[in-house]
Every structure is written in structure tokens, then in C-alpha cells.
Design a protein. Structure first.
Length: 569
């Protein structure tokens, strides 16, 4: 029993222990429940907060999306503004470039205006000096005219017998001459002081003269006109602009002991046909007119020499010289040749006073390389030289007024042609055409001297050798131009006034002054090529032998002009 009790006690004790453990576990469970409830409450609270946070985040996301959309819209607007600004910037850049070009153009115009002002001032200064010189010469000439006129008026009137005027050949028809005044326009080398000083007004009605009337009207003609313009050559013609070339008489015009006459008979007159067809009538006309001049001036017929008498293309020209000395005609002509040379030298010294002394020595050229007889001051005329088809000739554009030509000596040069027709002014189209050539090379001075002495040589720059020939010689020479010498019909083209706006001549500096120097050449008319690419502004001559330089054309320019030439080289 005790054992049972003991066993029961043990069981009770064990149950108590288990009960205690159960109580402890219940207590722990309650704690855990409480803790779980707390966690549940916290979780619920956290969940609620998370829900609120989620809602807040959703609202934030929506707000961000709205902001992104606004930013995208702003970005698009900004990009559009950038494009607009880019276009505006491009427009402003273009306007600035145009403004810059306009400013450059205005600057260039200003420079050109300054250059023109300098040129005008230079021309004005030259004119003032020329006027002063002419005024002095005019005063001297007027004094001489008054003395000579007084001497002439003191001579008794010449009586011409009636039968003398009837004795002239019946072949000599009445000829309508001009008013027998000095021609108003002459070649520069033939121009006299009288033509510069005295410009008689044109007559309202042309005078009609026969050979007899020239003698009978000596008071009208020889006293009033010849003695008024003593020494001036008379060129009796209706063509007031016709120049008298190759006349020795014009070279003696300043000498007081010589008087010069030149008679011109247009081919429209019957007299021209008569004299052309009848040599005897021509000889008689010359004798009778010489006799009439002799009697009209009160001089012996032996004192009157016919220097030159020739039939031109369209007229008859008879040049007379009346000398005061009693010598034979041969002696008179010899005297004329000597005094003509002196007169020419004096005239050239005055005419070339604008050329600096020894200027052309820089080209290694000597006096013998030039022919001063054919030096000329240009008037800017448009003429013709050299026939290329039918009666059509190549144009010859004289250099602008104010430019000079210093003639090269070609008399002693041997060419294939020995008749010198190539250099004539009018040889019925057989004369050669005219062209101009500038030197761009940095050693322009040395090259100019070599060409002047030895002629042209073909260079390496052949820009238009493959061009089609647009000229009239393509049918015989071939369709393409080929290599050759390049020339221009105008000096302005060589000086930069061309389609390429380039200058083909380098300025020469001499003693602090600047000059443009170009070659004036004769070119064989049936060998001229006209390349298509040059717009007709240039010629190509395949064979250098068909290009013959015969003059140096030059002009003084300002420093600004020289710089512009160099810029356009």
C-alpha cells in the first residue's frame, strides 16, 4: 500500500510538475498570443500605413507621369525653338555675309573712286602743264603769224592772165573740195601745234574749187587760211576725219622756211577716174596744180617739190612742199629729208616727255631696238586690220586714250615676206591683224626684252588647246585650236577686264613709279584661232612665226592700281 501511495505520490508530483509546466506553457502561450496580437495590430497598422504609402506613391507616380508629360512637351517646344534659332542663326549668318560682301564692294568702289580721283588729278595736272606749254607756243605762233601776214600783205596782188586759166586740160573736171581748212583730226605723229590751237568754225556751205579757182582765190585761201595757220598741213577732202599717213610733208610743218600742201581727190569725183586711167592727165594735173600753187604764193616753180604722189585705195593724194630757198628740186627734197628728221626728233622729244628717261633700259633694250618714227599716242579708235573672209576684216581696237606706243625696230628684221605688207595700215586686206600680249611672269622685264629682240616662243601654259575653234579659219586649220601663242584684240582684256576677271600683265616698277607694258603685235589673219572657252576674248596662233611684235604699249598707273593688277594675276 505504501508502495502504492508512494507510487501515487510520485504520479501526483509528476502531474504537479506537468501541471506547472502546462501552466508555464499557458502563460507563455498567452504571452505569445499577446505578442502575436501586438504583431497583428502592428502588422495591420503597418499594412494600413503601407496602403497609405502605396496610395501616396501612386499619387506621386501619377504626378511624376504628369511632370514627365509636361517635360516632354517642354522638350518638344524647346527643340522647336532650337530649330527656329538655328534657322534664324543661318539667316543672320547669310545676312552678315551679304553685309560683309556689300562692305567689301563699297570698299572696292571707294578704292576705285580714290583711284579715279588720283587719275583725274594726274590728268588735270598734265592738262594744266600742257595748257601752259600750248599758251606759250600759241603766243609765239601768233607773233610769227602776224609778222608773216604783214610781209605777205605788203606784196603786190598777183594778176593771173585770163588765157592761163583757160589753158588747163579739159580733162580736169570741176572738183568739189572741202572748205580747205586744216583737218580737225590727224594721226598723233602727224599732228601740229596749229591743229591744237586753231579750230576754225565749220562753214555753212562748202566751197567749190577748180584748179583755176585755187589760183584766182589766193586771197580767200592762201592769205586767210594758209597764213593764219602757217605751217599746218592742208588736206583737201570732204572726209574731215581722214588721217594723212606716211607723209614727209607733215614733218616739216614747224619750219618757217617751208610750207606744206596735200591735195586729196575722192574716188567719187570724175577727176579721180580720169587721173587713174590716164597717166598723162595725172602728170599734167600735178604740173598744173604745182604751177598754180607757185603763182598763188609768188614763188618760183623750181622751189616747189612734189614729195609724194600716189593713188590710194579710194583717193589720189599729192603732197607738195614749197621752199623759200632757190635750189633745185633734188636739193629741196634733200633739205626736206634733213629738216624732216630734225623736226621728227624734236616732235618726239616733246611727245615722249611723259616717258621716263632710259625707262626701257630695264628690258635690256638699246636705242637701235626702237623706231621712234612710229611712236604714237593712242586715241581709242576702233579700226580694222587683215581680211579673214570676203571683205570682212579682223577688228583693231586701239588702246584707250592716253596710252602710248613705243615702236620696235622691225625694218632690219628678215621675214619670209620681203614686201612689208604685213605691217601696213591698209593693204587691201593683205595687211596683218593686230593683237596684244601681256607678260604675267615674275621676270616680266627680262622676258619683254627677249621677245622684243627674238620674237615669241610657245609656252607651257595651254589652257584652251583642246577648245573648239569658233573662228572663220577652223574650216582650213581644223576644228580644235591646239597649242600656240595667246593674244587679245583689246589691251583691256590683258589688263583684267575679261570673263575670268584675271590680269594677264604684270606691272613694272621704275624709279618709284608703276607702269603697265604690253606687246602690240601683228598676227597673220588666216592663222587666227578663236577658242570657245574664252568667249571670243582671246586668239590662239599655233606658229610663233605668225606673231610679230612691233611695239610696246605702256601707261603709268598708281600704286593702288598696281596692287590691284598683282592681286588679279
Amino acid at each position: 500500500m505504501v508502495e502504492i501511495l508512494a507510487s501515487t505520490n510520485d504520479e501526483l508530483t509528476e502531474m504537479k510538475n506537468k501541471n506547472s509546466e502546462a501552466t508555464a506553457k499557458n502563460s507563455l502561450l498567452e504571452k505569445l498570443n499577446k505578442e502575436a496580437n501586438k504583431q497583428i495590430i502592428m502588422f495591420k497598422t503597418s499594412n494600413e500605413q503601407s496602403s497609405e504609402l502605396i496610395e501616396t506613391m501612386k499619387l506621386t507616380i501619377d504626378e511624376k507621369e504628369n511632370q514627365n508629360q509636361q517635360l516632354a512637351s517642354n522638350l518638344s517646344h524647346f527643340q522647336q525653338q532650337c530649330q527656329d534659332l538655328t534657322l534664324l542663326n543661318a539667316k543672320q549668318t547669310k545676312e552678315q555675309e551679304q553685309l560683309k560682301q556689300q562692305l567689301l564692294l563699297e570698299k572696292k568702289n571707294s578704292q576705285n573712286l580714290t583711284k579715279r580721283i588720283e587719275e583725274q588729278q594726274y590728268a588735270i595736272d598734265n592738262l594744266i602743264r600742257q595748257c601752259e606749254t600750248l599758251q606759250q607756243e600759241k603766243n609765239q605762233l601768233q607773233s610769227e603769224i602776224e609778222r608773216n601776214l604783214q610781209l605777205i600783205l605788203e606784196q603786190p596782188p598777183l594778176q593771173v592772165p585770163q588765157d592761163q586759166s583757160m589753158a588747163l586740160s579739159k580733162d580736169l573736171e570741176v572738183v568739189d573740195f572741202d572748205s580747205l581748212r586744216p583737218q580737225e583730226k590727224m594721226n598723233y605723229t602727224m599732228k601740229t601745234i596749229c591743229h591744237d590751237l586753231i579750230k576754225p568754225p565749220p562753214t555753212q556751205q562748202e566751197a567749190t574749187f577748180t584748179v583755176q579757182q585755187v589760183s584766182q582765190n589766193r586771197n580767200h585761201y592762201f592769205l586767210q587760211e594758209l597764213m593764219k595757220d602757217r605751217g599746218a598741213q592742208y588736206y583737201v577732202t570732204k572726209d574731215k576725219t581722214k588721217s594723212c599717213f606716211n607723209s614727209l610733208t607733215s614733218l616739216t610743218s614747224r619750219h618757217t622756211n617751208l610750207a606744206c600742201f596735200s591735195c586729196h581727190i575722192p574716188n567719187s569725183q570724175q577727176l579721180f577716174q580720169t587721173l587713174q586711167q590716164k597717166p598723162a592727165a595725172r602728170a599734167r594735173f600735178e604740173h598744173d596744180f604745182k604751177d598754180s600753187v607757185s603763182k598763188s604764193c609768188g614763188k618760183s616753180i623750181d622751189d616747189i617739190a612734189i614729195v609724194k604722189s600716189y593713188l590710194g585705195n579710194n583717193d589720189l593724194v599729192v603732197n607738195y612742199v614749197l621752199a623759200d630757198v632757190q635750189k633745185s628740186q633734188n636739193d629741196v627734197i634733200g633739205q626736206i629729208m634733213h629738216q624732216s628728221k630734225q623736226a621728227l626728233e624734236a616732235q618726239l622729244q616733246k611727245k615722249l616727255s611723259l616717258i621716263p628717261a632710259n625707262m626701257f633700259s630695264v628690258f635690256s633694250l638699246e636705242e637701235g631696238d626702237f623706231d621712234s618714227e612710229f611712236d604714237i599716242k593712242f586715241e581709242g579708235l576702233k579700226l580694222e586690220r587683215g581680211r579673214h573672209s570676203g571683205s570682212t576684216k579682223w577688228p583693231y581696237y586701239q588702246p584707250p586714250k592716253g596710252m602710248f606706243r613705243v615702236a620696235l625696230n622691225v625694218k632690219d628684221k628678215v621675214f619670209q615676206e620681203d614686201d612689208k605688207i604685213w605691217i601696213e595700215s591698209d593693204a587691201k586686206g593683205k595687211e596683218w591683224a593686230v593683237g596684244f600680249h601681256g607678260i604675267r611672269h615674275v621676270d616680266a622685264q627680262g622676258i619683254i626684252g627677249k621677245i622684243a629682240k627674238g620674237g615669241f616662243k610657245q609656252g607651257s601654259a595651254q589652257a584652251y588647246q583642246g577648245d573648239v575653234d569658233l573662228g572663220p579659219n577652223a574650216a582650213t586649220l581644223g576644228s580644235h585650236c591646239g597649242d600656240g601663242i595667246y593674244l587679245a584684240p583689246k589691251v583691256e582684256i590683258c589688263m583684267g577686264q575679261n570673263f575670268a576677271n584675271m590680269c594677264y600683265t604684270r606691272p613694272i616698277e621704275y624709279k618709284g613709279k608703276n607702269y603697265i607694258v604690253l606687246f602690240q603685235c601683228r598676227i597673220k589673219p588666216d592663222r587666227i584661232r578663236v577658242p570657245q572657252g574664252t568667249k571670243g576674248e582671246y586668239y590662239i596662233i599655233n606658229n610663233p612665226a605668225h606673231v610679230r611684235p612691233y611695239g610696246l604699249v605702256f601707261k603709268e598707273i598708281s600704286k593702288a592700281e598696281a596692287n590691284e593688277f598683282i592681286r588679279k594675276l
